[in-house]
Every structure is written in C-alpha cells, then in structure tokens.
Design a protein around this ligand. Sequence first.
Ligand code: PEP
Ligand code: MG
Length: 580
Amino acid sequence: MDILRGIAVTPGVAIGEAVILEAADYRIPYRTVAADKVEEELACLDAAFEKSIAGIKKQAEWLSANLGRDAARVFDWHVGVLKDPQLRNNIETLIKERKVSAAYAVSTVMRNYQRRFMQMSDPLLVERIHDVQDIERRLLRHTLGDQTEDLAHLTKPVILVAHDLTPTQTARLAATKVAAVALDSGAATSHTAILLRSWGRPGVIGLSDFSTRVSAGDTVIVDATNQLVIANPNKETLQEYETRAARFGELTHELDELASLPATTCDDEAIHLYSNVEFPHEASIGTAKGAAGIGLYRTEFLFLRPEGAPSEDEQYEAYCEAIDGANGGMVTIRTFDLGADKYTQQRSYEQERNPMLGLRSIRYSLQNLDMFKDQLRAILRASARGRLRLMFPLISSLLEFRQAKMTVYDAMEDLEEEGVEVARDIPIGMMLETPAAAIQIKEFCREVSFISIGTNDLIQYLLAVDRGNERVSQFYTPSHPAVLRVLRDVVKTCTKSGVSCSLCGEMAGQPLYTMFLLGIGLRELSMAPANIPEVKKLIRLVSIPQTQRIARRALSFDTERQVTNYLRDETRKLLHDDPT
Ligand code: PEP
Ligand code: MG
C-alpha cells in the first residue's frame, strides 16, 4: 500500500483502476495477453527498439552533418540507454512473467527508471530525466502507433494518473468516464487546478512522484477530502473507503438540495453567490447549483480550442450562451487573462523568465489591441442581450485602467457607427489582484463601477509565492495575516465609497474563510459551482454579528497557523457533520 499526501482540488472519494497518461498523451492501458501472444508482444518490443535506435541515429547523422559532431553527441546517450541489456531484460521479463502488453511493460519499467534519476543528488543526472522521458515516448510511439489519448472511449470509471495535465487535456475530461485525477504537479490555484475544480470530480494534485509509483491497472483510492491518494490498498482500507465513498455520495446529494434555498444568514442578510466559469456551457451548471449569476467568466479559455484564437463572432456566441445559461442573472465577463501559465508561453519562441511578472493579462491585451478590440466588440454586442458587466484583469495602475476603459469606448463608438445596438451603461470594473491596486484602492474607487478581488493572484503577489509551484505551496495561504488585513482594508474602502465589491478567488469557495469574508463586510462571493452548496450551508447557519466577531478575532493573530487553526475550529463547530 502506497499512501501519498497532496493538495485537494475538489473534495470527494473515488476508487478505481489507474489509467496512466504519459507526457505525449499516450494512454497506457493495463492489458494482459494470452500465453500464445507473448511472442507477438516481444516481437513488437523488438521492432520498437530497432525503430527507435534507427530514428535516433538518423537524427544524429543530420545534426552531425549540419551542426557538427558535438551537437550530435547528445543522442549517443539515448542509443546507449536503448542498448542497455539490463533495461531490455527488465521489460522482456515483465512481458513474459506477467503476460502484459509491450506498451504496459515499457511504461512501467521506464517510469521506474525515471524515478531512480529523480532520487539522484547530482543536478546533471537529474536533468537526464527529460532524456529518459524522451526515450520512453519514442518507444511508446513505436509500440502504440497513433493510439494517443483516447480517454473518450473508456468503458468504465477510472482514476487518471499523470505527471501533469495541460489545460487542454483537463478541459477534455468532462466528456470522459474519468472518476478522479491524481497529478504529480500543480498547486491549489494553478489554472489546471481551477479547471479540475470546475470539472467537479475529486482530484489530488502536487503529489511529487506518484505517477512513477503506480502502474496502469493498479487500484487507486483518491481521498480528496483528506488530500490523500492510496495505491494498491489492502482489503480493510478498500472496504473502509467503499463505505466512505457511499456516505460521501449521500451527503453531497443532501447538499444539492440547498440549491433552491436562499443564501441568507440566520439574521436575514442576503449574500449573493455567483459562479466562476471557464466555458459558457457551465453557466447553466452554476444556475442549477443555486448561483445568482456569473461573477467571473474566464474568457481566455476560449483559446484552448485546437483552432486557437476565437473570432469576434465566435466570442459573441459564447458570451450569449453564458448570458442565456445565467437565466437572467448578472454575467461578469473578464477580458482575456492570457500570459503567465495560460496559452501565450507555449506559443512564444522565447519563454519569459518570470511569466507571472511578465506580459500577462491586461498588459498583453493592451499590447495586442486588435485582439483586444475584437473581444470588446463581442462583449458589447452581447451586452444588448442580457445583464452584462465587464472587468479587466491584473490592473496595477490607474493609467492602465483608463487606457483599457478608453479602448472600450472606442469599440463602442465603432459599433454605434455601424448601427449595432450596445448597452451604453455597461458597468466597467476591475479585478483587484496586485498590491499596488490594493494600496491605491481609494483612487480606483473613483473610477470603477465595481471591484472584484482576485485572491489567487493577490496572494501570490503579496506573499511573493508562485501560485502554480508545488515546491512553495506551503507558503501560499489566504490565512496569512497580511492577506487578511489587505482584504479588510479593501472591502472597507469600497463600502465607504459605495463601490460594489466581490471576491472571486478560490478563497471564496473555501468554507474555512466564509465567516471571515462575511465578517469584513463582503456580500458577494463568486466560486466554482461545485463549492456553492457548502458555502451556502454555512451562510445559512451564521449571523452577521457572529461573523464580525470571528473576523475581528482572526485579524488579531500574528501568524497564518493561528489563523487557520482558529478558523478551522469555528467552522467545525458549525459543520460538524459535513463531508467536505
Ligand atoms: C484570481 O487571481 O483570484 C482570479 C480569480 O483569477 P485567475 O485565477 O483566473 O487568475
Ligand atoms: Mg487572477
């Protein structure tokens, strides 16, 4: 039994057979073969080795002729590995003794090999992991041919295990039978985690080398409620988890019954809960979970399509679909938040050294004005159809906000000249995600229609912790006293200035912080639809004076640990029977 602790993205329990997704989208099935087919698998392996070596030699020859012998030398090591009799023998033994497919044997042995490199202390040898992965991919290509990611054709629920998933791979999960996900990399507010959360099934990420510890077909338990994954559980553990999974199912069903009840505190204060969506069809999912509208539509996910950038008309259609799905509720469209870990890096010739501090979000849009204007035109056209607000991400200065706003008015004028109907009074707001904007909140309040606090970024910039890096995820916490104080001050200034203020970072969907957020005066929260029922349950159990007392106490602590412990105790008192 192998137990690992990671970071939960969506609570829940799932049990199933592991399916491993390799870096190049190869899905490795656990496939046994009949005794009389073992020879065929060995022949397939033989051919794969031969073709791989031939392919590498050809590449080396080309490099040698064009760039010199030294450049070609990097491939000598690859050929050396492929000719290593021990490696070959390990793969063949697995095929013969366990009667498994060549692909399964290659993947299992090569991942073991990778793991050994990971444990080495010499950084030069660790670097070799990429070469090992490259060799594995080559071998798999020659054993599996074109059988890349066919998760759509799974016939039973499985646990997907991978080193990492790209946002595109994550977005495709909705159409599969994958029951839960376990990933080596990732942190709580990375964009892959955000997509997993909107997918809504259990997931644990940041598991370091889990994908090298399991093989396809192994039984895996994902206990996202306790941030655990268990590979090859013993009989008692398996039985215990079967009971837990059933109990969890019942309790989530009970929570779902809250959907039609109002999010009102027990002293009758109305709290507005909105959903965060990445794809327009999710608008109706949020509505079904009891959301009053969309508090954050992350439009940049329109770029995840294989076709790339969406046209103005395609965007218009997506925005209209979101408006229709929100069923009369307010829809807040955020303009493209490209850059950092989303889209532009993979496509650029030279990657930025500090992408989180680089050409991202509104900066990117203002440097790509044609693209930005197309988006604004699509939003403005859709504004004639329903209740729409628009906001810009990552604003760090007033000049930037003014420039972005001017671009909206330019687009509006163009449309009006063309005789297209737009909502002239569309509210234009901003996301508060930088310490600079928090410090200048008073000035911003004079110019914005509304503020939406993006704690995912605000925390990373306040605490200087990369939100997507699992190695520093222990330093990334909303409980940090500095974060709590900034939030209190921002909300206070907005309230004083009469500017509507909401919070749409992942913190809004964490019941641990619900009472604190209400206590500092927030009345609008936007979160993944899956989080709405539980947050609503908590809201209905508290009174505003109670939350104010809790917020005051939370703000009195010096360390994040004290804050977390205190909030956990207070939340447990109210949600003692809760599964999440
Ligand atoms: C945030 O930063 O809190 C936010 C909601 O935006 P994103 O997670 O898309 O960066
Ligand atoms: Mg953000």
